[in-house]
Ligand binder design. Structure first.
Ligand code: 5AD
Ligand code: SF4
Length: 449
């Protein structure tokens, strides 16, 4: 009698943005269909995959650090190591040459080939050959429309509605690692939203590198988000990440009109200086950005706005930085992600502009923006004191299992003591806010449903 070999155990680690989390769900689905099983324990795995991010230098460094840890594991036992996602795409030469440790590289459009690449790598290892498996071609069409993601979270479900980016902001590597913009068929998206609702998920986040550039035939993003919001059972719909250039009135009206589309918009600013915005190829000016914010707030004064800012971009003078600082002071975002510019291979900025702001100046500018925003976020969050707000319960707080955690409509983290408020993940509860920090709202019982 022959015994079937034990199924191959795969450990998958994900770095980076929500799109990567989603892509990992696609990878798990594709590999499970092929008989692979997944394990949370690195030590038990026959295959370790890293779904990587290349957007900024520290994301990139994190992956290198993890790879060096895997070196030891690989010396102890047979192990196939795969690098997936943006770094696989962007650093294909470097990763195959410098890292003999990596057996498989698969870019964001090549996940369908992954089971085959991994089996080949395992076979070649058994034969002592150590051949590399490489699949890094970008596609103009791949949207994985027929792959049902293997979702683990029971409250939030993501749907990638478009992939890739054609904007070529000069600092950004995404157009090179994820290729051209392409949108997924809206019928498939809406069907998926129905299935997600039936499975009990409460929130859908529509994802895309440039989500509001969505276009499929005569469907634009306003029509798509409306159709998703109309799916019964879905209590919240969010979208990320949009570009400020694609906010026509119908989209703003859709956000305002639908009670279950969250009153929250992430609006990446990047810089407040027209000169720098021009060099960045952002296609809007300081004035245009401000008038978009005014238009949004005129329609809905309680909208929660967040942003991304880059400090120390090529050629950024003190005056340019001061304009960004002033704009942040003026707009008073609820929150902001503030990054030091880091040069990325292949980008327009890397090819055309010297990275000439010193590390010290970048740190100083980013710290000043960060301090400013922290104070603003603190004041903004304290506007919720003594109010009762709807909170979608997600689970335990990261810091302590004695605390519950959920999100406000504006996507602000809310925390409470589980002894005073009893709730389950997926519940929508009304909670009274009694304290607030720059990042968190603190709620108290009794629970008011
Ligand atoms: N350096 C620093 N920040 C960057 N971002 C993108 N590319 C870079 C880079 N090369 C930031 C932008 C973008 C966010 C996702 O990451 O602010 O909106
Ligand atoms: Fe990068 Fe700009 Fe595209 Fe966003 S819009 S992914 S920042 S190129």
């Amino acid at each position: 009698m022959t015994t079937r070999p034990a199924p191959t155990q795969v450990h998958l680690e994900t770095f980076g943005c929500q799109m990567n989390e989603y892509d990992s769900e696609l990878v798990r689905s594709l590999m499970k269909q092929d008989g692979f099983v997944f394990t949370d324990e690195r030590e038990r795995a026959d295959v370790i995959l890293m779904n990587t991010c290349a957007i900024r230098e520290n994301a990139h460094n994190k992956v290198y650090k993890h790879l060096s840890e895997l070196k030891k594991l690989k010396q102890q036992r047979p192990l196939v190591v795969g690098v997936l996602g943006c770094m696989a795409q962007n650093l294909k030469e470097e990763l195959t040459d410098i890292q003999p440790l990596v057996d498989v590289l698969a870019g964001p459009d090549a996940y369908r080939q992954l089971p085959m690449l991994i089996r080949n790598a395992m076979l070649s290892q058994e034969e002592g050959l150590y051949q590399k498996g490489l699949a890094v071609d970008l596609s103009e069409y791949e949207t994985y429309h027929d792959v049902v993601p293997d979702r683990t979270d029971g409250v939030n479900a993501w749907i990638a509605v478009m992939r890739g980016c054609d904007n070529f902001c000069s600092f950004c590597v995404v157009p090179y690692t994820r290729g051209r913009e392409r949108s997924r068929d809206p019928e498939g998206i809406v069907q998926e939203a129905y299935r997600i609702a039936e499975q009990g998920f409460k929130q859908i986040t529509l994802l895309g590198q440039n989500v509001n550039s969505y276009r499929f035939g005569d469907w634009d993003f306003a029509r798509l988000i409306t159709a998703v919001a109309d799916v019964p059972g879905i209590q919240r719909v969010r979208f990320t990440s949009p570009h400020p250039k694609d906010f026509p009135l119908p989209l703003l009206e859709a956000v305002v009109a639908h009670p279950n589309i969250c009153k929250q918009i992430h609006l990446p600013l990047q810089s407040g200086s027209d000169r720098i915005l021009g060099l960045m190829n952002r296609t809007y000016t300081n004035k245009e950005y401000r008038s978009l914010v005014e238009r949004i707030r005129a329609m809905r004064s309680d909208i929660v706005l967040s942003t991304d800012i880059i400090g120390g971009f090529c050629g950024e003078s003190y005056a340019d930085f001061a304009e960004t600082y002033r704009l942040v002071e003026e707009i008073r975002f609820h929150s902001a992600f503030i990054f030091k510019y880091s040069e990325r291979k292949h980008t327009i900025a890397a090819r055309k502009f010297p990275d000439d702001v010193s590390e010290g100046v970048k740190t100083e500018r980013v710290t000043r923006l960060f301090d400013l925003q922290r104070n603003i976020s603190y004041e903004r969050n304290r506007e919720y004191l003594k109010t009762i707000i709807p909170v979608l319960v997600e689970g335990d707080a990261k810091r302590s299992a004695a605390q519950g955690m959920g999100k406000s409509d504006g996507n602000i983290t809310v925390i409470w003591d589980k002894r005073t408020i009893s709730s389950r993940p997926g519940d929508m509860v009304s909670l009274a806010i009694y304290d607030a920090s720059s990042t968190t709202l603190y709620a108290e019982g009794p629970l008011m449903k």
